[in-house]
Design a protein around this ligand. Structure first.
Ligand SMILES: Nc1ncnc2c1ncn2[C@@H]1O[C@H](COP(=O)(O)OP(=O)(O)O)[C@@H](O)[C@H]1O
Ligand SMILES: O=P(O)(O)OC[C@H]1O[C@](O)(COP(=O)(O)O)[C@@H](O)[C@@H]1O
Length: 315
C-alpha cells in the first residue's frame, strides 16, 4: 500500500548533445553526447528511487531502445512493469547551447501501442492500484492512444481512493482534468494553452489555479523555468524562487518537481515545505547534465536556499 506508481505510456531515450554556440540553419559540431532513460514517469521514478521511496514504473517500451531503458532502470535498481509494444521506443534529442545555457528539445512521436495492449495496460494498472499510495501520470500519449486515456486511468484511481498527480499537456491534460486528479503540475506554457491566454502576473496564475481547484483538484503547481514556481491549494498560494545555478540541462527538472511533490504528499509536508522541496529538486536537476536527476542529499542541502513568499488568495 505504500508504493508510488508512475505511468509512462510514451517513454524515451533522451540523447543530450552539447554545442558551443547553437546556430539555426548552420553546421553545429557536437562536443559531448550522453543518453539517459527518459519520459516523465520514468524520471519521477528515478528521483523517488534516489529518495528511498518504494516506487514502480509502469507503462510501455518497444524495440532495441526499450531494452536500453529496461537495462538502465535495472542498473538503478528501479522496479518496473513496462509492457512490450511493437515498433521502436523514441529517441528525444536535447541540444544544450553552452553559451546561452538554453536547452532545445526535439521529441519524436513514439511507437503506437495496439488497442489490445492499451487494454492490457488498463487491466494491469487497475490491479496494481491495491498496492499504490499514489500514482503519477506523466508525458505525452503515444500516437493512436485515445485522448481521454489519462481521464480513464484517473477515474479508476479515484474509485479506489488512490491519489493522482497529472503532468501532461494539450488535450490529454484537458481531458484528464475532467476526471479530477488530486494534483496537477502544468508548466506556465501548458497552463496558458489550457486557458487560451497569456499570464503576465502571479495573481493571474493563482486565479487560474484556483479555477482548477474549484473543480475539485486539491493542488496545482505551476512551474516557470528559471522564474521558479507557484504552488496553490484551496487556502494557500506560495511562490518559490530558485537559488542561482548554472543550468546544464533543464530536462527532467519538471519531473523532479513532480517527484518531490509526491514525496511531500506521502510524508504529509505542509504547503510551504512542499514549495521548498519541489523548487530545490527542480533547480538541482536543472544544474545537472543530460537527464541526470537530483539526489535526496543534494535537495536537503539546498532547502534553505529557496526563496519562499506567500501570495494572497481569494477564498
Ligand atoms: N534556468 C533555470 N534556473 C534555475 N532553475 C531552473 C531553471 N530551469 C528550470 N529550473 C527549475 O526547474 C523547475 C521546473 O522547470 P520548468 O522548465 O518550468 O519545468 P518543465 O520541464 O516541466 O517545463 C523550475 O521551477 C525551477 O525550480
Ligand atoms: O512525453 P513528452 O511530452 O514528449 O515529454 C518527454 C520528455 O520529457 C522528459 O520527461 C523531461 O520532462 P521535464 O523536462 O518536463 O521534466 C524527457 O525525459 C522526455 O524526453
Amino acid at each position: 500500500m505504500n508504493t508510488i506508481q508512475t505511468v509512462t505510456l510514451n517513454p524515451a531515450v533522451d540523447k543530450t548533445v552539447t554545442v558551443e554556440n547553437f546556430s539555426f540553419g548552420e553546421l553545429n559540431r557536437i562536443k559531448t553526447i550522453r543518453t539517459d532513460a527518459g519520459g516523465k514517469g520514468i524520471n519521477v521514478a528515478k528521483v523517488l528511487q534516489r529518495f528511498s521511496v518504494p516506487v514502480k514504473a509502469l507503462g510501455f517500451q518497444a524495440g532495441h531502445e526499450g531494452k536500453v531503458i529496461l537495462e538502465k532502470l535495472r542498473e538503478q535498481g528501479i522496479s518496473s512493469y513496462l509492457i512490450e509494444a511493437e515498433g521502436e521506443t523514441r529517441t528525444n534529442l536535447k541540444v544544450v547551447d553552452e553559451r546561452t545555457k538554453q536547452t532545445t528539445e526535439l521529441n519524436e512521436a513514439g511507437f503506437s501501442p495496439s488497442e489490445a495492449l492499451l487494454e492490457e495496460f488498463v487491466e494491469r494498472f487497475e490491479s496494481s492500484l491495491s498496492e499504490a499510495a499514489l500514482v503519477v501520470l506523466g508525458g505525452s500519449l503515444p500516437p493512436g492512444t485515445p485522448v481521454d486515456f489519462y481521464r480513464r486511468l484517473i477515474k479508476l484511481a479515484n474509485r479506489k481512493g488512490v491519489r493522482t498527480i497529472l503532468d501532461a499537456d494539450g488535450e490529454a491534460l484537458a481531458r484528464g482534468i475532467e476526471a479530477v486528479p488530486f494534483a496537477l503540475k502544468p508548466n506556465i506554457h501548458e497552463l496558458e494553452a489550457l486557458f487560451d491566454t497569456t499570464f503576465t502576473t502571479d495573481e493571474q496564475i493563482v486565479s487560474a489555479a484556483q479555477q482548477l481547484i474549484h473543480k475539485g483538484i486539491s493542488y496545482v503547481m505551476v512551474s516557470m523555468g528559471g522564474e521558479g514556481s507557484i504552488l496553490v491549494s484551496e487556502r494557500e498560494a506560495i511562490r518559490a524562487k530558485p537559488f542561482p545555478i548554472t543550468p546544464l540541462s533543464t530536462v527532467g527538472a519538471g519531473d523532479s518537481m513532480v517527484a518531490a511533490m509526491a514525496y511531500s504528499f506521502v510524508h504529509g509536508k505542509s504547503l510551504e515545505d512542499m514549495a521548498r522541496w519541489t523548487s530545490a529538486a527542480g533547480t538541482v536537476t536543472a544544474s545537472k547534465s543530460g537527464t541526470e536527476v537530483c539526489t535526496l542529499d543534494e535537495v536537503q542541502d539546498k532547502l534553505g536556499l529557496v526563496n519562499i513568499f506567500r501570495l494572497t488568495i481569494e477564498v
